[in-house]
Design a protein around this ligand. Sequence first.
Ligand code: ATP
Ligand code: MG
Length: 256
Amino acid sequence: MGNEHLFRNPGVGVTVRGVSKSYRVAAGDVHALRESSWEVRKGEAVAIMGPSGCGKTTLLNLLGGVDRPTSGTILVDGQDLTAMNERALELHRLRRVGFVFQFFNLIPSVTAFENIELPMVMAGMPEAECHDRARRLLGLVGLEAKGQKRPEELSGGEQQRVGVALALANDPALILADEPTGNLDSVNATAIATLLRSLSTAHGKTVIMVSHDPKTVEVFPTVYSMRDGLFVTNETSVTRPPSRPAGSAARSWTSS
Ligand SMILES: Nc1ncnc2c1ncn2[C@@H]1O[C@H](COP(=O)(O)OP(=O)(O)OP(=O)(O)O)[C@@H](O)[C@H]1O
Ligand SMILES: [Mg+2]
């Protein structure tokens, strides 16, 4: 069976309109996002760079439905996350979003194969289908021979491949990767970024990757810069038309 059966859900468009997020702390309010506006098209792969504290993780948490903005609107596939009740937001998180983290987030006591199977088991997928998908997801990330290894028996790069396969288990439309290469050497970092990017080009997924590393984001066709809770259009913002997938046009920034 080919990958057309592995992934049925196409990517989704994401629109962020005038979104602010403030955290109340003892010293006052922290403004993590300040009326940010931004757009990612269906099936696009974009990277976000920016200094520590500029709001990157906050943004991904809002897009993933882990948290809610203080004000503004977030549309995913045309649906307003800010208007959803808790149950709808939970379904968004579980069914539409795949998270990839810096620290792999694998369960240490079970095999790579079982790690990948777990979200499918939890989603109530029949056992045979879980096995079949886990096997093919391992193949997709190039680890078909290492499914029976536990995380500690795998290299960092291999563990993150498992992390990507795990994120893809329930066929999410939107992949959110928060510094997925932060713990890897440059060769593995480029390999993981290339793998993430391929989810857009080969499978039509929408992929948003946060990274600190200019070399890693080079793999992505569009790179946005954030600063102080906003998308910025200054000299650090780069678009890379030459490596865009066929049929998509170069595009300028959306920023408030
Ligand atoms: N739960 C929270 N409570 C209070 N302040 C928070 C909370 N989460 C984030 N912040 C603050 O919001 C701002 C943005 O944080 P965020 O984690 O989004 O930054 P980041 O760009 O991901 O940084 P890094 O590159 O270090 O991961 C920071 O000033 C941070 O201290
Ligand atoms: Mg962060």
